[in-house]
Write a protein that binds this ligand. Structure first.
Ligand code: HAM
Length: 423
């Protein structure tokens, strides 16, 4: 038989309540801070990500699902949300709305990566973006949404790490300082680091090869090379975080894997997890709009992986509200009883009462076992007797209702009876 493609997964009904919970809390937290929902297409013109995310990033170099469509146009399944949201911001003239334009989306994203725990080829993100405002309070507002989201889900023991990678004015001199430092240690660095040294020295700081770690730890720190406006921005941003009592630590090696960032960058990590357990990350991207051919427009945002959140909820044994079972389960005898049972189930559903029904030719006992397993509050039984009398036996499946476990109710009264008699 066929299997789902490597790095993808089916979400089955027994897990659907987890997704509904995580998405529901996301919508609530976004709304609490005034972010409105945007949905963009699953694929974009390849250039949106090539130009937006950056040609020398791992995402663009190795991980994009890119193909020519039947019209010969290069199309890419979105590897992330930010560049597409910025594309939509311009396409719909959102620059003339009150700024910032605050948007969130729940989206599927695609990266051709080596699948492992917490790393998939199709995964899902909550993406939150605040476009059009350079004020460091915007950075802090977005971090606030990010941090509160995990707290509202019930996750504990997370770490927020922050850094500033400067802007187009001061970063070049920092990158030169980095390059000089790494050149001096060239022979001690791994092959990958040597290759990146030529293209993007910042990315070395991300390298995980054990032998490189001491050298990378002692590399020059970007916050020591910021120009005055970038230094002020960083101080103000972290000041707002402190004022909001959001705990953070500065991580000099945090640079993020996408090229559009400037100034603020941050990530949220579980207390003790590897690289593929980073729950979410974000930053400011004041140069992205121009990369996409738009007017210079500041922006800041983050994304967090839904599958990684689900893993963390499981690891931390967070109790997630269970999916409600049906209110009623209809059990029936053969012949006319069966038709009446079907009619009753449909009537209950039309009245807004969640109802399940035994299908097929199972014996009453088997049907009652299904009713028990379904989690329904009441079984509604139409045997031959009940069918002839125009009645339904209502059996409380939850016990403890004062001793009355089963009673007969006229068929015409069942909907009202089930609606009122909460166990
Ligand atoms: P990112 O760090 O590439 O940032 O991804 C954000 C989150 O998506 C990660 O922290 C992780 O939870 C999840 N994630 C990434 N790759 C995978 C994967 N292969 N499998 C499972 N989960 C994964 C961005 O995407 C930026 N667009 C964030 C942003 C928004 N920056 C500004 N605005």
């Amino acid at each position: 038989m066929y299997q789902a493609p490597r790095g993808t997964q089916d979400i089955l009904p027994e897990d659907a309540h987890l997704w509904a919970f995580v998405e529901g809390v996301a919508r609530r937290q976004a709304a609490l801070a005034g972010f409105g929902e945007i949905r963009t297409p699953t694929f974009e013109a390849t250039a949106v990500f090539q130009r937006g995310v950056g040609a020398t990033t791992d995402i663009v170099e190795k991980e994009m699902y890119t193909f020519l469509d039947k019209g010969g146009e290069s199309i890419t399944l979105r590897p992330e949300g930010t560049a597409a949201v910025m594309r939509a911001y311009f396409e719909h003239g959102m620059g003339s709305r009150p700024q910032p334009v605050k948007l969130f989306s729940l989206l599927n994203t695609f990266r051709y990566d080596r699948p492992q725990k917490g790393r998939l080829r199709e995964f899902h993100q909550l993406d939150v973006e605040s476009i059009g405002e350079a004020d460091p309070a915007a950075d802090a507002e977005v971090v606030g949404v990010h941090w509160r989201y995990y707290a509202a889900l019930g996750l504990r023991g997370l770490r927020l790490v922050v850094n500033s990678i400067g802007d187009a004015l001061c970063r070049p001199s920092y990158v030169e300082a980095l390059r000089a430092y790494f050149e001096a240690h060239r022979t001690e660095l791994c092959e990958d680091c040597n290759r990146r040294l030529a293209t993007n020295p910042l990315r070395l700081l991300d390298d995980k090869t054990p032998a490189c770690q001491t050298i990378l730890d002692h590399a020059p720190a970007s916050i020591d090379h910021l120009c005055e406006p970038c230094g002020d921005h960083f101080a103000a941003w972290t000041g707002y975080l402190a004022a909001a009592e959001i705990p953070f630590s500065v991580e000099h090696r945090l640079v993020r894997g996408l090229d559009y960032y400037s100034r603020s960058v941050w990530e949220v990590l579980p207390a003790n997890g590897g690289a593929q357990s980073t729950l979410g990350g974000g930053g400011r991207y004041d140069g992205l709009a121009e990369q996409l051919g738009g007017r210079s427009t500041p922006g800041v945002g983050f994304a967090t992986g839904i599958e990684r959140i689900l893993l963390a909820l499981k690891e931390q044994r967070v109790e997630v509200p269970a999916a409600p079972g049906p209110r009623a389960f209809v059990v029936h005898g053969p012949g006319i009883a069966r038709v009446q049972a079907f009619q009753l189930a449909e009537h209950l559903r039309a009245s807004g009462i969640a109802t399940d029904l035994a299908l097929g030719d199972r014996k009453l006992g088997k049907q009652m076992a299904s009713a028990d397993r379904s989690g329904a509050d009441v079984a509604l039984i139409i045997g031959e007797d009940e069918a002839a009398a125009g009645e339904v036996s209502v059996k409380n499946l939850r016990g403890e209702d004062g001793g009355e476990q089963q009673r007969r109710v006229p068929r015409a009264d069942v909907v009202a009876f089930v609606a009122e008699a909460r166990p």
